[in-house]
Design a protein around this ligand. Structure first.
Ligand code: GLC
Length: 635
């Protein structure tokens, strides 16, 4: 072989700093006009805008080369987070593995669960007992002592990046803890800091707000204001009294919170979950939810992210009635959040489990399938919060299900009070005035695993596992990114020990925030155990999902009429691939009266060949049927 001639003259390289400088300028130019326009509309303050821009640049300069490289890669592939293999899991660091270093050591287990996107529940500094599960942040730049340090977080993020696992962190932007530096200074009487919150020296303004603003925690934290005796003033507290609402009319608040966002982004986070975002703008005479200014702020955050750290994805937590959710995607030209929780689908799913009637779910699927395919939902069965019954009541009323009695029915059903219910769980924030209540329990307990285990009934356990697997199969089939709740993969049931902890006892959400049971993980390879049965079946579904292109978030998605109100039929189609999903929400076998004349189908779980025509589906059973290759023509 001929030796290559040595190159004597080194190619002239553009200095790295200049290149990254031009990358930054190019991104800035793309957004500057709109950013300035929106900022001025809200704040009309050039000085603060200039200072915002200066700081954006600084955060960009401080971003690690690794992250900058990743940003550029993701800019080339903006749908990186929507690929078919994406599977999320949310977990509490302490409950899962004691601390951040513990989580790092458990990445193998996370990978074994086929998970490549981890949402670490709030881990920033908070005061025990006044923490709302970490959602009362005392310092946005400090990790809770018991969980580790910022360096540990960065180390974990680095390791995750190497392993191809994306990391999600909460950004609690509606409020700070009363123990945050700003709140302390405000309490001490510093006007500058009081202006970052909503302070009132008498009740006349709060009274006006209370006329139109609903309550988030009517039982555990009634009202939207808290009296501070030492100040003789009221402060606005939409959530718990120790969570002080930030005043985003003040540009300092916006700027400083943006810096906190970018600080976290620069630690190596991939997804930022913007917590309780609909609440961030307050206006007397309104319900202080979803106001237009909220959308302006989210749009600005999106642009700022695209300028400084375009590899970051914004996940909006919008737990609102159905028609309020999708607007947080913004428009295709002016996007806001990259991803949103599919909260309506989640609540509608459990409604369907209780009623065995898929009509409402079908309607919900129709709505989802009519949205632009760029809109990415995060699908889930359970999360750390309660289930609020945010359903389409006007539609349900047509079928004789009225809001108040229907919510009562659902709560009675899932607490196990109704005949035929296998679910176990507890009410949450029962409002004795309106009669309203929400519900808390784990997926497994809602599916009957807890009851069957308690009664030691093998038949009931089989049925419970079947329901649990069917619901996961359905969730994995939906359009968007699936998200598991840690513990669900091993069928963890409700944890009632929170009642012994005075800091938690009043908040039944802790029923599904228990310690992760590593002793149950030991069973996952034992097929005779509950964990063995559940874990293996979920793993199989996840593996199929990761392999099949038709599960990509960009695939077409619509409903398929089954002519049976207990069986949901769904279709995914991408290029020439077509997949049918059939999900039976009743405990009896049903016939799905479908008749797809476009060829033979393969059951992806068994490999059996089928005609997609009048398919019998077992009680709480399901099928994933894929059209066989080459079978596209009408037969
Ligand atoms: C979000 C969180 C919830 C918390 C609330 C207040 O809704 O999911 O757990 O209580 O925000 O921060």
């Amino acid at each position: 072989m001929m030796k290559k001639k040595k190159v004597l003259v080194k190619p002239v390289k553009e200095p790295a700093t200049d290149r990254t400088e031009s990358v930054y300028q190019e991104r800035l130019q793309r957004h500057i006009d709109e950013l300035k326009w929106l900022y001025m509309e809200l704040y009309d303050n050039q000085e603060f805008f200039d200072s915002l821009l200066e700081n954006l640049k600084l955060f960009y300069e401080q971003r690690k080369p690794d992250l900058k490289r990743q940003d550029q890669k993701r800019e080339q592939n903006p749908g990186w987070y929507r690929r078919n293999g994406m599977l999320g899991m949310m977990l509490y660091v302490d409950q899962f593995a004691s601390d951040l270093n513990g989580v790092r050591k458990k990445l193998d287990y996370i990978k074994r669960c086929n998970v490549n996107y981890v949402h670490l529940m709030p881990l920033l500094d908070t005061v025990e007992g006044r923490s709302d599960g970490g959602y009362a942040v005392a310092d946005f730049r400090k990790v809770q002592d018991k969980l580790g340090t910022m360096e540990d977080l960065e180390k974990l993020a680095d390791e995750c990046r190497r392993e191809g696992i994306s990391l999600c962190l909460d950004f609690v932007m509606n409020h700070t803890s009363e123990d945050h530096e700003w709140a302390k200074r405000a309490r001490a009487g510093e006007k500058e800091y009081q202006d970052r919150y909503f302070f009132f020296d008498n009740y006349s303004m709060p009274a006006m707000y209370e006329k139109t603003v609903p309550q988030v925690f009517p039982t555990t934290a009634p009202g939207n204001f808290t009296w501070l005796p030492e100040r003789q003033e009221f402060v606005m507290t939409t959530f718990y009294p120790y969570q002080w609402d930030l005043n985003y009319r003040n540009p300092v608040v916006f700027n400083e919170m943006v810096y906190n966002f970018l600080y976290l982004a620069n630690r190596g986070i991939d997804v930022l979950r913007i917590d309780a975002v609909p609440y961030i703008w307050k206006q007397i005479g309104t319900n202080c939810r979803n106001l237009p200014q909220v959308h302006t702020i989210v749009r600005m955050m999106r642009m700022i992210g695209e300028i400084v750290c375009p590899g970051i994805v914004l996940l909006g937590e919008v737990v609102m009635e159905p028609d309020k959710v999708a607007p947080y995607f913004g428009t295709v030209e002016k996007p806001e959040c990259h991803m949103l929780y599919n909260v309506t689908t989640m609540a509608t799913t459990w409604h369907t489990v209780a009623t065995r009637d898929v009509r409402l779910l079908k309607r919900q699927m129709e709505i989802i399938s009519s949205l632009p395919s760029d809109y990415t939902f995060l699908n889930y069965l359970r999360c750390h919060d309660d289930i609020g019954w945010g359903l389409d009541y006007p539609l349900l009323e047509n079928w004789g299900m009225l809001q108040v009695p229907h919510k009562k029915y659902l709560n009675d059903y899932f607490t196990g009070r109704l005949e035929g219910s296998v679910s176990r769980g507890e009410l949450y924030n029962e409002d004795f005035v309106t009669g309203d209540a929400r519900f808390c329990a784990t997926t497994a307990s809602m599916c009957g695993v807890e009851k069957a285990g308690f009664e030691q009934s093998e038949a009931a356990m089989g049925a419970a596992i079947q329901t649990d697997v069917m619901l996961h199969a359905y969730m994995l089939f939906l359009s968007g990114i699936p998200m598991l709740y840690s513990g669900d993969e091993i069928g963890q049931v409700n944890d009632y020990t929170y009642k012994d902890d005075p800091n938690k006892a009043a908040d039944s959400r802790y029923i599904h925030r228990g310690k992760f049971m590593w002793e149950l993980v030991e069973n996952i390879d034992k097929p005779e155990t509950v964990q063995g049965r559940l874990f293996a079946r979920l793993a199989r579904l996840e593996e199929i999902r990761a392999k099949e292109k038709v599960f990509d978030a960009s695939a077409g998605f619509w409903i398929l009429e089954t002519w049976d109100d207990a069986v949901l039929g769904l279709v995914r189609e991408s290029n020439d691939e077509k997949l049918i999903g059939l999900f039976n929400f009743s405990e009896e076998p049903r016939l799905a009266w479908i008749d797809e004349k476009d060829g033979l189908y393969e059951d992806l779980l068994t490999g059996n060949e089928w005609a997609a025509s009048a398919v019998r589906v077992d009680g709480h059973g399901f099928y994933w049927l894929k059209r066989k290759k080459g079978e596209t023509a009408e037969k």
